[in-house]
Design a protein around this ligand. Sequence first.
Ligand code: COA
Length: 148
Amino acid sequence: MNKSIEIHKISSEMTLNLRREILRNNTIESNLCHFKWDKHEKSFHLGAFNNKKIVGIISILNTSTKTNNIRRLRGMAVKKKYQKNGIGSKLISRAEEILVSENIFLIWLKAREKAINFYLKKGYRKIGEPFEIINIGIHYYCEKKLNK
Ligand SMILES: CC(C)(COP(=O)(O)OP(=O)(O)OC[C@H]1O[C@@H](n2cnc3c(N)ncnc32)[C@H](O)[C@@H]1OP(=O)(O)O)[C@@H](O)C(=O)NCCC(=O)NCCS
């Protein structure tokens, strides 16, 4: 399956259905799944396509109004039946390649406890103590320094 997966840049609107389904358990409307900074000119979104259908997403957000070399990873999700097939790895690797080409040196995120081992395997490290996000659960701040 992994071989037939293609990664492309997509609009933030194209992430909404999967954000709703996988990250919000279909509990809220997809038009409430927008993130602040989705539309910043330096933010971007990637989709993993299987036969023209989006089965995975990742968003990289510029969360600062000042020029900076840091980005936030957010809204990473793979459709349930496609998980553990290397699609998340493809998405995160492609995002990091793009960031390196843009001279971004640090990426950070709030990782869900359930997904922390995925990020650790991808070279991210935990920062500080776990914390709770209401209605979602325990999270860890994580970061990765990107090398050229
Ligand atoms: C977390 C997620 C994006 C990973 O995507 P994926 O396509 O399943 O990941 P991959 O198949 O590329 O996995 C890469 C490695 O991480 C491991 N891994 C993946 N998800 C994991 C998880 N939730 N817990 C522990 N390990 C995990 C895989 O087993 C694999 O290990 P290996 O290299 O030793 O074989 C996906 O499982 C998902 O959408 N989960 C639900 C939503 C979520 O929690 N998103 C993250 C919000 S912070």
